[in-house]
Design a protein around this ligand. Structure first.
Ligand code: ADP
Ligand code: MG
Length: 361
């Protein structure tokens, strides 16, 4: 059976990975009390494992017996999704492994994937997420390769630098605060108000906000997608395409308070960073917050980020790109990939159309 046929299947066979450490550490209780009864009632067969350490979910995914499962249920936040996707990408059969659909149950601090699948109202509703596990249909999504020091990492959601990265990864020790730690981190970063020390260049597809917005509206009324799928015949991860340094790269000269790149629209509960993001257009969205803005305006912008209004602010530049690269100009900086800490060193990112698979209602 191909994973795209999962939609027609009753009694799904599920690998369930629970992170007891995610969010405010309530995942195990939520799974036992709320999620498991729903899945059992729907006659799903469950193979449940709790992660015991960082990297455990990566190992589970890397060595998964693919033919035993119809989907992988991830009871945690975006960090565990990131680990599992990377485990699958390093599986003996990476293309087949990445075609197993994932379904998140939002019990982490950052549950961007769940928000993108279930929407703003239901994004944090674990029952809605359980229903998605039972009834959701497979949906192909683009994945990104982040290449740093020759090492390739799969990212499904975001790369953050500057203010936004400092907010997320400078506050791991404040995990007990739940989401308040992002707010705290943001305010701390705002007090400093320093540009992020990077040189950014990108290979643009579109930079006109109106055009991007219009094309999204058209897509909503006519959702047929024409993006080519990553080579269906291939059994190995797609080769990197944007390794050469040709003339089509745009170098950003302006200082930037923060940069967010990836797929969305959401990257966190109150943050729709990529309002015109399309899950399978084969492109990544890049948000560049210039320094031509006051602290107060940043707070207003962030307040207006829940529904994506921040997109229209003139101090925000927005690019749809095939690829981008970053060269740090100082040692003191932060890079977060899908909310996880990465070395602040040179890297390049490109998109792979429809390489991943999710369950979606
Ligand atoms: P949150 O959104 O709360 O950060 P994540 O899903 O991102 O939740 O997971 C946070 C981190 O927890 C991940 O980096 C993962 O590797 C790590 N992790 C997984 N299992 C454990 C464990 N048993 N103990 C400590 N950390 C763990
Ligand atoms: Mg996390």
């Amino acid at each position: 059976m191909a994973y795209d046929d999962v939609g027609a299947k009753r009694g799904r066979r599920l690998k369930v990975v629970v992170n007891p450490h995610g969010g405010t550490k309530k995942a195990v209780g939520i799974f036992n009390k709320t999620i498991e009864p729903i899945l059992r009632a729907a006659e799903c067969s469950l193979d449940v494992i709790q992660t015991t350490r960082r990297g455990h979910a990566y190992d589970i995914a890397k060595t998964l017996t693919l033919s035993d499962y119809d989907a992988i249920v991830v009871v945690s936040g975006d960090g565990l999704i990131h680990e599992i996707l990377n485990g699958l990408a390093n599986h003996e059969h990476p293309i087949k492994a990445l075609s197993i659909p994932l379904a998140p149950i939002p019990t982490g601090t950052g549950n961007g994937l769940s928000l993108n699948l279930l929407g703003f109202e239901d994004g944090f509703d674990v029952c809605a997420a359980a229903l998605n596990v039972v009834k959701g249909l497979p949906m192909k999504i683009d994945l990104l390769s982040v290449v740093q020091n020759g090492k390739r990492t799969i990212s499904f959601m975001s790369q953050a630098m500057g203010l936004m990265a400092d907010a997320d990864i400078g506050t791991e020790h404040l995990r007990w605060m739940g989401e308040a730690r992002f707010t705290y981190g943001l305010l701390r970063g705002l007090l400093r108000f320093k540009p992020c020390p990077i040189q950014l260049s990108y290979k643009a597809f579109e930079t006109d906000k109106d055009k991007m917005y219009e094309s999204l509206q058209k897509r909503k009324t006519n959702p047929s997608s024409t993006t080519p799928t990553t080579d269906a015949e291939s059994t190995q991860l797609p080769e990197l395409k944007y390794v050469s340094n040709d003339d089509d790269w745009t170098v950003v000269e302006e200082p930037l308070l923060y940069v967010l790149a990836g797929k969305g629209p959401y990257i966190g509960r109150d943050y729709m960073s990529f309002p015109v993001s399309v899950p399978d257009d084969g492109l990544m969205d890049i948000v560049l917050q210039t320094m031509a803005v006051s602290r107060g305006q940043i707070i207003t912008n962030i307040g207006g980020a829940a529904k994506g209004e921040v997109y229209w602010h003139p101090s925000i530049r927005y690019v749809k790109a095939h690829a981008y690269r970053v060269k740090p100009l100082s040692k003191n900086g932060a890079l977060a990939v899908d909310g996880e800490i990465f070395p602040f060193e040179e890297f390049q990112v490109e998109t792979h159309p429809k390489l991943g698979n999710l369950l979606s209602l």
